[in-house]
Every structure is written in C-alpha cells, then in structure tokens.
Ligand binder design. Sequence first.
Ligand SMILES: Cc1cc2nc3c(=O)[nH]c(=O)nc-3n(C[C@H](O)[C@H](O)[C@H](O)COP(=O)(O)OP(=O)(O)OC[C@H]3O[C@@H](n4cnc5c(N)ncnc54)[C@H](O)[C@@H]3O)c2cc1C
Length: 460
Amino acid sequence: MEPGVLRELESVVGSDQVITKRERMLNYLSDETPPVMEPKPASELVVVKPSNANEVSAILKIANQNRIPVFPRGGGTGLVGGAVPTSNGIVLSLERMNRIQIDKENLMADAEAGVTLGKLAEAAKENGLSFPPHPGDENAQVGGLVATNAGGSRAVRHGVMRNQVRALQVVLPSAEIVELGAKVHKDNVGYDLMQLIIGSEGTLGVVTKATLQLYGSEGASITLVVPYTNRAAAIATVPPILQQAGPPLAIEYVEKDIMQRAAKHLGTHWPVETGEYYLIIIVAETTREEVLSKSMKISEICKESNSLDIFAAESARDQENILSIRSNLYTVLKPDILDILDIVVPISKLEEIVATIESFAKEIGSPIPVYGHAGDGNLHVHIMRKQGVEEPKYLDELSDRVYKATVKVGGVITGEHGIGRTRMAKVEKYVDPKELELMRGLKRIFDPNNIMNPGAKLPL
Ligand SMILES: Cc1cc2nc3c(=O)[nH]c(=O)nc-3n(C[C@H](O)[C@H](O)[C@H](O)COP(=O)(O)OP(=O)(O)OC[C@H]3O[C@@H](n4cnc5c(N)ncnc54)[C@H](O)[C@@H]3O)c2cc1C
C-alpha cells in the first residue's frame, strides 16, 4: 500500500491500530473454511481497527477515493472464505467496536458490530432476558452474524438473524452513515434496505451497529435424545413434531458414529447406547410443567414413528454435555473434510434428500456424513477426503450431484453459511439469470467501484 494512504489510515485510527507486518496479521487472513477449500490471502494487506462508525466512514472514504478493496471482518468463524482478503487491500476488523446496551423495556439489544455472540447472550441473561439464536461458534460477532444472516439450531422456533434484526447502522462505500429500520416491530416504509444488507456478506457496506430482538427468559428446558435404528424413520418424525406439538427450541439430526467420536475428542461420553440415528430435541418453555407436557407430547409422536427408548436430559450439566458434543462435530470431522455443504430443502423432502445422499455414498464407496438442523430442513453434508481421487474434480462433481438433487426437490444450495468465496462458482449454475441481473444492478448502486469484499457473494 502506498505510504501516503497508509499515513492517512493511521491518522484516522492511530498507528497502533494499523497492522502492516505479515507475522502480526496472520489471525486476520483465514477463517474456519475446510483447509482444502480455503482461499489464499493476498500478499499486500493492511489490517485496520476502527473504534467507531465515524472512523469506519473515514476509512471507506480513503478506500473509495483510491479504489482500494475493503474486507470487513468479524470473528472469522465463517465456513465459506467470506472474510478472507484475496486481493491487496484493507482488512477492516470491527473487534474494537464491542459496546452493548440492553433496552429491557423494549426487549432489545443495541450492539456494535464487534460484540461476540457469547457476550450478547450473556448480556441478555444478566438482564433476565435471552437471545436464543445460536449459530454454532460463540466467537462470531454481531456484524458477521448479520452479514451472513446466520441461522443455527434454534432457528426452528425463532428464525434466522433476519428475524431478529430491528435496525442497523451501516457505513456505505461512499462513506455515508445510514440508519436503517427502527426499534419497532413493524416497518413498512419504502423498500426494505435493512433486509438487503442482512446476508449481503460485506459486499454492500459495513454493518457498524445492530438493534436486535431479545426474548423473555426460558425458565426451564429438557433435551431429548431420540434414537432410531432407521434413518428414514428418524427424519420422517420431524414434520409430525412440528404439526402436532409446535416448534421446540431445536430439532437436530445426528448419527451415532460421529457423536461418539466428538464425545471422545472432548473426553466425555455420548450417553445413548441404542440406535444409530438420533433426533436431539430441545424443549424450552417458561415453566417446568410446560416443558414436561410438551416433552411428553413429542415423546408420544416419536414412539409412534418407531423410536427406541428416549433419553431425557434434565440437569443443566447433562444438557450441556449433549450440546457441546453436538457443537464439536465439525471440529472432529474438519481434518478429513474436503467441504461442508449447507443445503436446505422443504421439510417434507428431508427423507428423500437424505436417502439420495446415502445412495451417492454407496455408489462412490465412501461415507458422506450428514447432520444438521432438521427442524429447518437444513443439512450439513460433508464431502470427505478419498484416497486415489483427483480432489478438486471429485469435490466439484459430488457437490454438484448433491446440489442438483437439492434443487430438484425444491431446495437451495445454502441455508445459512452463505456463498462467500468457496461457493462463487456455483452461483451462476443455481441462481436464475434475471435474479442475478437484478442483484448485479443493486451492487452497482451501492458500490459502483466494487471496493466492498470483492470476489465474494456475487460473480460480477
Ligand atoms: C464450529 C462452527 C459452527 C458453526 N455453526 C453455524 C450455525 O449453526 N449456523 C450458521 O449460520 N453458521 C454457523 N457457523 C458459521 C459462522 O459462525 C457464521 O457464518 C457467523 O455468522 C460468522 O460470523 P463472524 O463474525 O465470524 O464473521 P466472519 O467469518 O468474520 O465474516 C463472515 C462474512 O461477514 C462479513 N462481515 C463480517 N463482519 C461484517 C460487518 N461488520 N459488516 C459487513 N460485513 C461483515 C465478512 O466480510 C464475511 O463475508 C459455524 C462456524 C463454526 C466454526
């Protein structure tokens, strides 16, 4: 980067908040994408750490004037290379913008972009409220959660990030600071630009603050582990649970082998011996009586679908054990993964898509582990390393087979992880050309010089 530009950036945030030495910026150059898929970072980068929206605005002004790419960065927990800076430019880390205020009366949190998911949940709890959405890694930050429209296991009852955001502060590439939405439950004023920013993966502007919906605290919970000997039977139980018992907090689908491996990795044990296929169902309500009544209803439905004996974890410790095993599945599989797909299908098609993927695994003679947020029809399909194959070609062909099967049953190729960089080649294949034309038009309006996270989300 030119010394003059560097001096300008330093004058905005202070020289101690600008990193130029490669060895000091390594943590900002990658995310949690499987290593084989991880894009390569560019060679000439500078990391800049603003402390407020005015500084972000001044940085974008410098970047836009000099046509310098800007890569907004949150917790770096993304799984599709979205925060990896692949061309020479500025990595904009929002980590110092981590102030949060809880508005108890309105059940909302005003959180700066750098507040972590863990800190947000904790702040809500300290105020007798809750932020139930839980997209996996608690190091993710509010800006990243909004920019990826993150989901997670609890979306089955509360929806994805899109459903939690009430207002956003966004800095546009033009350096203007805009306030979108309001601290209200209904807003029908004009086109919904706030919703356009949510899920835009840093390509339209920088999210600097979000007003997020909080909820009353869930006073009691039970985690049910429902074992099955038959995969189809497990999956087929999801629609009747939703129809007859109403949405629990989460309905996850997992398999025995991988749960046992994750438990071993954590030095604990998977508490259920019977069955090969499981639904993990979290029932959370205001009172214990409500939890028990709903759990009974769900158990009856599962038994009617031929489940084996259900394991009910009631103590906080037992429930946390199950959840931490579930949360560590990716960590355990990661070294052998070529890619983690993130398909989503109509719930009625879950059984069909899982059977199709199983048939692919048999055909190629290699396992394709599947687990995920069954209550939303959102499954993570893991394409594993295989001896003796040409990996990029194998991965490309197999993921295309999975995607085609997904689209055929009315699904889409990503439900929560987004496009980032690793899915860019698939966008033109699976998105309607007219839709793409409109998206490109929007991008030109927001970011005519294409400085915002170039190379991600949308092929231009
Ligand atoms: C173990 C594990 C489990 C996970 N489970 C889930 C899950 O259940 N559900 C789910 O949805 N995801 C899950 N993820 C993926 C990841 O946690 C989410 O995508 C998360 O929202 C990323 O947030 P982040 O702050 O880490 O963003 P980053 O990875 O830093 O960035 C992600 C994208 O957002 C953009 N961005 C970041 N901050 C801003 C900002 N302030 N303004 C504009 N753009 C910005 C970046 O440019 C990039 O394109 C999981 C990841 C891991 C490692």
